[in-house]
Each structure stands twice: as structure tokens, then as C-alpha cells.
Design a protein around this ligand. Structure first.
Ligand code: SAH
Length: 293
């Protein structure tokens, strides 16, 4: 197989969950049906499992006693989540229609669809959840882009793509489920030299010292393991991924959380932990874009 051919190495033996923990995560996402994810996705058919960034448009959400307030807040939160994905796509580098991108930990596929719409290229999503992969593939079919956007059930530490076959790849809020050295070794393997890797993630701040109680609560809530900023940069450096942008999105994501906390039908109980940890400096919302060298 040529190194520019991104077709799966073997379609019939796609590896699924490899550890008991990954089985837990697959089950978690198979059963996930929170209104905050589904009702926001229903706004325009782009389903995200990540958070939003940017200023809240106060004129769009109306007064607190507006009878349409909840609907307006949902639309606004969704706009901010799509704005987050746009910023991720802005950092994927020079992507052409003939390239292939990989959305590692793709969820229901909202970012994959947006990437195809922007670049016109193929986007391969991987998730541990069969339900999510089915959902994403159904959406791609409905949109008539299933020749370009596809989700597979597989472990992102062992992806079915040939060495150097991928132009750019990303983790949008999915890197806290894996060991970072293993993750970046795998991205580095599939990326071509000169390709780009991007992550948007919550990470704990080494300046704070250790993970705060809020960070521990977030870990317990999502059954994940949030890494520190230092670990990200070290694991990238060890795997031929050289950062060209490190952007602290914390101030940009706070308005999203503060708005979300006001919508009784959407809150999940974890809002306070995010808001407090962003404010006390123990947690950061970070974008890191790195060149594969
Ligand atoms: N990136 C998506 C979804 C984020 S939710 C979005 O922005 O909407 C986290 C995702 O990570 C889930 O889809 C989950 O299945 C996936 N995930 C976690 N560990 C994984 C692993 N080892 N391999 C593949 N996907 C994984």
C-alpha cells in the first residue's frame, strides 16, 4: 500500500475497545443521550459533544422572562459549540480536497461534517461507541456526503490507517481518555511529514500544582483522566509533534458555561466544577496545533 493511500489497512478487522476501561467508555457513549447534546444538535443537524467559545450574543437570547428564552439559549449555545469547531479547523493547515483528515474520538460527527464542508476532502472518524458511529454515518448519508465522511468503531491508539497517509488529524475533547504518549505516537504514525495535529482540550494547569478538587470531580463525572498542560507538550515533543500554536481558550469558554448554567433543562450538574476551576486557575481550555516533523 502506498504511503499516501488512506484506505483502511483491513476493513474486516477494525479493532474495537482493547481494555476493560475502553469498554466502559464505549458503553458510556453508547448510552449517552443528554438533552444538552441532542437538543443543540437538532438546531441544524450538526451534533457536537464539546463546549463552546466566544461572546454570548445577548440580543439573541432575549430576556430571562421571554417565553422563547430556552429555545433561544439552546440555539446560542449551539452556535458557540460550532464556533469552537471552526477555530479547530482554522488550525488544520493547508488542506486540499485530495487530502484525508482523521477525527479521533469523533462522537456523533459534527466536527467531521464541518471539516468536509470546509475543505471538500475525506474525513475519517473513529469512536469507541458503535451507536455514535451509526449516528454519524446516518447523518453523512442524509447529507449525501457519505462518500467523504465516515465513522468507524475503533481505538484511536490503533487506527486502521497507513503510515503517513493523513494530512491532518485532531482530537476535539477526546484526549483525556487515553495515555498521551500512546495517542501522539499513533497520530505521528498516520500523519505525513508537514501535516498538522490539533487538539482542543481541558487540561490542568501546572501553575496550580496538582489537579484541584474541581478537576477531580470532572474526571469522575466523565470517567476520564484530565492531563496537565505540561504532559501535552512533553508527549508531543517526544513524538515529532512540534507546537506552532498554543492558545488559552479559557476566557473564551467561560461565557458559554455561565449561559449553560442558567438553562434548567440543560444543566448536568458539572457546570459548577468547570466554572470554579476555570476561575481559580486550576483548569484551562487549550488549543494546541502542532506540525508533524
Ligand atoms: N470529538 C467529538 C466527541 C467528543 S466526546 C466532538 O467534538 O463532538 C469523546 C469521544 O472520544 C467519544 O466519541 C468517545 O467514543 C471517544 N473516545 C474515547 N476514547 C477513545 C479511544 N480510545 N478510541 C476512540 N475513541 C475514543
Amino acid at each position: 500500500m502506498s504511503i499516501t493511500d488512506a484506505t483502511p489497512v483491513n476493513d474486516t478487522t477494525i479493532p474495537g475497545p482493547a481494555t476493560p476501561y475502553q469498554g466502559d467508555i464505549a458503553r458510556y457513549w453508547d448510552h449517552e443521550a443528554r438533552p444538552v447534546n441532542l437538543r443543540l444538535g437538532d438546531v441544524d443537524g450538526l451534533y457536537h459533544h464539546h463546549y463552546g467559545i466566544g461572546p454570548v450574543d445577548q440580543s439573541a437570547i432575549g430576556d430571562p422572562d421571554d417565553s422563547e428564552r430556552e429555545k433561544k439559549v439552546i440555539t446560542e449555545l449551539h452556535r458557540l459549540e460550532s464556533a469552537q469547531a471552526e477555530v479547530l479547523l482554522d488550525h488544520l493547515g493547508d488542506v486540499r480536497p485530495e487530502h484525508t483528515l482523521v477525527d479521533a474520538g469523533c462522537g456523533r460527527g459534527g466536527s467531521s461534517v464541518m471539516a468536509h464542508q470546509r475543505f471538500g476532502c475525506k474525513v475519517e472518524g473513529v469512536t469507541l461507541s458503535a451507536k455514535q458511529a451509526e449516528f454519524g454515518n446516518r447523518r453523512a448519508k442524509e447529507l449525501g456526503i457519505d462518500d467523504f465522511v465516515r465513522a468507524q468503531v475503533c481505538n484511536m491508539l490503533d487506527m486502521p490507517f497507513a503510515n503517513g497517509s493523513v494530512r491532518s488529524s485532531w482530537n476535539n475533547e477526546s484526549s483525556m481518555y487515553v495515555d498521551l504518549h500512546d495517542l501522539f505516537a499513533e497520530h505521528s504514525r498516520i500523519l505525513e511529514v508537514g501535516g498538522r495535529y490539533v487538539t482542543i482540550t481541558g487540561c490542568w494547569n501546572p501553575i496550580y500544582g496538582q489537579p484541584s478538587k474541581w478537576v477531580s470531580q470532572i474526571n469522575a463525572h466523565f470517567e476520564c483522566n484530565i492531563h496537565s498542560r505540561r504532559e501535552y507538550l512533553r508527549a508531543m515533543a517526544d513524538n515529532r509533534l512540534v507546537p506552532n500554536a498554543v492558545i488559552d481558550l479559557t476566557p473564551d469558554t467561560l461565557p458559554y458555561w455561565e449561559l449553560r448554567a442558567t438553562a434548567p433543562s440543560l444543566v448536568t450538574g458539572i457546570e459548577e466544577a468547570f466554572i470554579n476551576s476555570y476561575k481559580d486557575g486550576s483548569f484551562q481550555y487549550l488549543l494546541i496545533a502542532a506540525d508533524r516533523v
